[in-house]
Structures are given as structure tokens and as C-alpha cells.
Design a binder for this molecule. Structure first.
Ligand SMILES: Nc1nc2c(ncn2[C@@H]2O[C@H](COP(=O)(O)OP(=O)(O)OP(=O)(O)O)[C@@H](O)[C@H]2O)c(=O)[nH]1
Ligand SMILES: [Mg+2]
Length: 328
């Protein structure tokens, strides 16, 4: 009964809240993002109501190793787009906890920097192990920003692991930022991130070794062509001075035009939604399974399996079987 009551009152509040959010009220936006991020009561009702207003923002994923200058570059791009009168939302995802403190502090300073301009909204997320999974939560937050009418949503994330790859996969356009002198780091991030780059940036090009990184990228590109036959351009930047930012914006626009011309936008979106739907299903099924298991039950099952009193394969089949039959 209690849940019904709060949802009813939420539905009652929902429309004015969405109206304020769509009118650009930053407080309504912040509240919506928190609700979605924390999976607070009514989060899914909110997303359902926002969904019809989405699909207009261009989502740009910006990824690269720690300290590559991602934040600096995102800021510069945001300023560039503001000059064109386009509104920007920035999600700084920081799943690597050792950097969290500094990054969040840095992002606070950035937020103050842009405080006077309501056309830029920055949100930091450092929620490894967040309820819905980091990639999904990020996607949902991007959805809220999209619904709020932002023209561009930039997602900044450190490109080191699977989480980050999952996050940038949600973007329409993925920019991979490298820097000279990364040494073995290039190898480390080559694994997954290099393949998903639509555009490469070599930042800190004021340092020695930019040409070498460029050669390495070219060598890698010569080994495989993409199925869409797009060759990711390489843009050299000095983000701290704003050098190359115009060229990066041009490269992004070019890739957008390419997607439009080849009718790839819808295909891209279908592919993204395929991933998102599967993840949502996984979450929903797991939620349902958890609903059938009491708190200590998983621990008891785990002990039984560890002590070889049960095999885990039959156990999982049994649990799924119970879900299907709807019996507790
Ligand atoms: N020399 C040089 N320094 C730069 C350039 N771009 C950024 N920096 C500096 O590099 C440092 C890191 O920049 P950030 O923008 O915080 O890098 P980041 O990739 O966001 O870092 P994390 O989010 O912590 O992974 C800062 O001190 C910047 O001023 C550049 O093009 N050249
Ligand atoms: Mg950063």
C-alpha cells in the first residue's frame, strides 16, 4: 500500500517536474539524474515518461588512459559547441577508484568554471557497483540529459577495462584519446578500446613522440578495415591550449555526416539498443530471482556448493525453474 501511495504522488508530481526539466531548470535536471543514478523510488516511471523526449542528443564518448587530458579536451569541446549555441551535458564517469578523489575534486572545480553558463551541465559519477551496473546507469543518465534537450552529451571515461568499453559503446561517436610516450599503455588499451574508436586524438602533441603514436595507429589501421569502411581520422591536439579543438569538432561533424549519408544512424541505434535491452533484461531477471531468494539463502547455497553437497548447475536450473513456474 505504501508503495502505491508514493508512486501515486510521484505520478502526480511527475509532469510539472518533467516540464521544468525540459525548460532547462538545472535543479529539476539534477534531481532527475540523482533519482535515476540512485534507483530512488519512481526512477523507472521517470525514465518511461522521459523516453518520448529522447533521441535528439548526439552522444559522444571520450575515452583514454588516466591523465591523457580527457577532461581538458571535453571542456574545450564544450566551449567550442557553446560558441555555436549548442547546449552540452557532460557525464564524467570514474570507475577506477584510486583516481576517484582527485577526479571528483577536479570535476567540482570544472563545474564552478561553467557555473555561470546553464548551457553546460556537468555530472560526475563514481559509482562502481552501482545498482544497475555502471554502463546501464550511465546510459540512463545520458537519457535524462537527452530528454532535457541537450544537443550534445559527452561521456568521459578512463579507457582501461570492460566497463569503460561498455560505456563508450553506448555513444553515437567514440573518440579515443592517446598521448605521446605511453609506451606499454598503448598495448594495454589497444585490446578493446582501439577497435571502437571512430576518431583518434593524439593529445599533448606539444610533447615529443606524437608522430610515433600516429604511426602506430596507422599501422594498426592498415591491418584491418572496418565493416562500414570508415577510416578513423587522427587529430592532434594540445587541449591545455585549445589547439586542434576546432579540427576535432570538424572530425566529429564529418563522422556524423558519414553516418547520415550511409544511413547508419538507425543501424547504430538498433545495435546499441540490442545491448541495452539485453542488459536491462539481465537486470530485471536477476531482480526477479533475488525476489525469490531470501537474504541468507544465497550464502547457504554457496556453502552447500563449496562443500560439494550440491552441484551449482542443477541448483541454478532449479532456481530458474521456480521463476518460470512462479512458485516461491
Ligand atoms: N602538456 C600538455 N598538458 C596537457 C594537455 N592537455 C591536458 N594537459 C594537462 O594534463 C593534466 C591532466 O589533464 P586532465 O584533463 O585532467 O586529464 P584526464 O584524462 O581527464 O585525467 P583523469 O580524468 O584523471 O584520467 C592536466 O594537468 C592538464 O593541464 C596538453 O595538450 N599538453
Ligand atoms: Mg578527467
Amino acid at each position: 500500500m505504501y508503495t502505491c501511495f508514493t508512486l501515486d504522488s510521484l505520478n502526480h508530481d511527475l509532469q510539472p517536474w518533467i516540464d521544468r526539466l525540459r525548460a532547462g531548470d538545472p535543479r529539476a535536471l539534477a534531481r532527475a539524474i540523482s533519482t535515476v543514478e540512485n534507483r530512488a523510488p519512481g526512477w523507472s516511471e521517470l525514465l518511461k515518461a522521459l523516453f518520448p523526449h529522447t533521441g535528439k542528443a548526439r552522444i559522444i564518448g571520450m575515452t583514454g588512459p588516466p591523465g591523457a587530458g580527457k577532461s581538458t579536451l571535453v571542456d574545450q569541446l564544450a566551449k567550442h559547441y557553446r560558441k555555436e549555441n549548442r547546449t552540452v551535458g557532460i557525464i564524467a564517469v570514474d570507475p577506477t577508484s584510486p583516481y576517484t578523489g582527485g577526479a571528483i575534486l577536479g570535476d567540482r572545480i570544472r563545474m564552478q568554471d561553467h557555473f555561470s553558463d546553464p548551457g553546460i551541465y556537468i555530472r560526475s559519477m563514481a559509482t562502481r557497483g552501482s545498482l544497475g551496473g555502471l554502463a546501464r546507469t550511465t546510459a540512463d543518465v545520458a537519457t535524462v540529459l537527452d530528454a532535457s534537450g541537450r544537443d550534445l552529451v559527452m561521456i568521459e571515461t578512463v579507457g582501461v577495462g570492460q566497463d569503460e568499453i561498455d560505456i563508450v559503446r553506448l555513444a553515437d561517436i567514440t573518440v579515443v584519446i592517446l598521448v605521446p610516450g605511453m609506451g606499454d599503455d598503448v598495448q594495454t588499451i589497444k585490446a578493446g578500446i582501439m577497435e571502437i574508436a571512430d576518431i583518434f586524438v593524439i593529445n599533448k602533441s606539444d610533447r615529443e613522440g606524437a608522430e610515433r603514436v600516429e604511426r602506430e595507429i596507422r599501422a594498426m589501421q592498415s591491418l584491418a578495415t572496418r565493416s562500414d569502411h570508415w577510416t578513423p581520422p587522427i587529430v592532434k591536439t594540445v587541449a591545455s591550449e585549445g589547439t586542434g579543438v576546432k579540427e576535432l569538432a570538424a572530425a566529429i561533424a564529418q563522422y556524423e555526416a558519414f553516418l547520415q549519408k550511409e544511413n547508419l544512424v538507425l543501424e547504430h541505434n538498433i545495435h546499441n539498443w540490442q545491448e541495452r535491452l539485453l542488459e536491462m533484461l539481465r537486470d530485471a531477471m536477476l531482480d526477479k530471482a533475488r525476489g525469490h531468494l531470501t537474504d541468507g539463502q544465497v550464502t547457504r547455497y554457496a556453502a552447500e556448493v563449496a562443500e560439494h553437497r550440491r552441484d551449482p548447475y542443477t541448483l541454478v536450473e532449479e532456481i530458474v525453474g521456480k521463476l518460470e513456474s512462479g512458485k516461491p
